[in-house]
Design a binder for this molecule. Structure first.
Ligand SMILES: [Mn+2]
Length: 339
């Protein structure tokens, strides 16, 4: 891994984007989708792509395996609805689509009930997660040099010869700002900032975006943070900190899944911590673990060992055991990686 060589990487990316553009003829019905429990990158990329495809005379419909996050609805065009396969309208869109554009994942297991609904149609993928042997797609741009899938959607719009409109720019800004931890994580590059500058030129107001993305604590969300801080643990002999939350913590506080976003950052902020973890008990008694690395530990490798996946510095897995057993197992894995 040398320095990022922007031009040569852009050439490889460009040829993939050109092939995707060939599939996006005006008049086509496009289903946009992303991974389970969409984040800012998935939702922001979808919103931006929907605005842009409509502008080009295509007919986009967002059908996600889990509902589009409420906090990012402001990015959608006036009157634009989003669906899941369980909705009659979502079902119809899946049936009638000419082409699928899958954003921010290429993993069949992360597409939930949207997977298996693409029969006979072309599947286009824009993703920045490392490709795996199970990756889907007929035309795939899978570029882990991209800080966010939003970066690839930005390049797609530019490759088409279009200027980015303000609604598109807002979606892309949300995608990039959330996936880079507001331009702080290791995936932040000169390209990230160059694109952000272009998005500001398109009219994005960073203060307004900050308010919409981050200044959103509700009393229930704040109560969840309080509990998370009570549950925050560190151990003396490992640069690891973790938070464990039970089903009851969500139920008793009234917090939603969206309120969990960013909770792991409290563990990451502790001086000397290299790996931050969030363990969450799921309805069926299994445990979801989110892993973040601030050092050299490859948490994607740890997640893969647990049956999950993700990025080198941000990954996740669902472990088919209870909270305590999972904590012990994950800490053992990390202890081995740290040597
Ligand atoms: Mn992403």
């Amino acid at each position: 891994m040398g320095r990022r060589t922007i031009r040569s990487i852009d050439m490889a990316r460009r040829s993939g984007l050109k092939r995707i553009l060939q599939e996006l003829e005006p008049g086509r019905r496009v289903v946009l989708t992303t991974h389970l429990n969409s984040d800012g990158d998935g939702a922001g990329s979808e919103a931006a792509a929907a605005h842009w495809l409509s502008r080009r005379g295509l007919h986009p419909t967002i059908v996600n395996p889990t509902p589009f996050p409420d906090m990012f609805r402001f990015l959608l065009a006036e009157g634009m609805d989003t669906w899941t396969p369980a909705d009659a309208e979502g079902e119809k869109a899946l049936r009638e689509a000419d082409v699928f554009l899958v954003l921010d994942t290429a993993e069949p297991s992360r597409l939930g009930s949207v997977m298996g609904r693409t029969d006979g149609r072309r599947v286009l993928v824009l993703d920045h997660h490392p490709a795996t042997s199970s990756s889907i797609g007929d035309v795939i741009v899978c570029d882990s040099d991209a800080c966010a899938t939003g970066e690839l959607v930005f390049d797609l719009i530019r490759e088409a010869g279009d200027e980015v409109s303000l609604p598109e720019a807002e979606g892309l800004y949300v995608a990039i700002a959330t996936d880079t931890g507001s331009f702080r994580y290791a995936n932040t590059t000169t390209t990230t900032h160059e694109i952000a500058a272009d998005l500001l030129r398109a009219g994005v107001d960073p203060e307004d975006m900050y308010g919409r993305i981050y200044a959103q604590y509700t009393p229930a969300g704040l109560e969840l943070v309080r509990r998370a801080l009570e549950r925050l643990r560190v151990i003396d002999d490992l640069p690891v900190a973790w938070i464990s939350l039970r089903q009851a913590d969500l139920a008793q506080t009234g917090a939603s899944k969206e309120d969990l976003e960013g909770i792991v950052e409290y563990a990451r902020r502790i001086r000397g911590v290299q790996v931050a973890l969030l363990f969450r008990e799921l309805h069926d008694g299994t445990t979801k673990v989110s892993l973040r690395s601030s050092g050299d530990v490859d948490v994607a490798a740890v997640a893969r060992a647990l049956g999950g996946g993700g990025h080198v510095k941000a990954s996740g897995a669902v472990v088919p055991d209870g909270l305590e057993a999972t904590e012990a197992r994950v800490l053992k894995e990390i202890r081995e990686v740290l040597g």
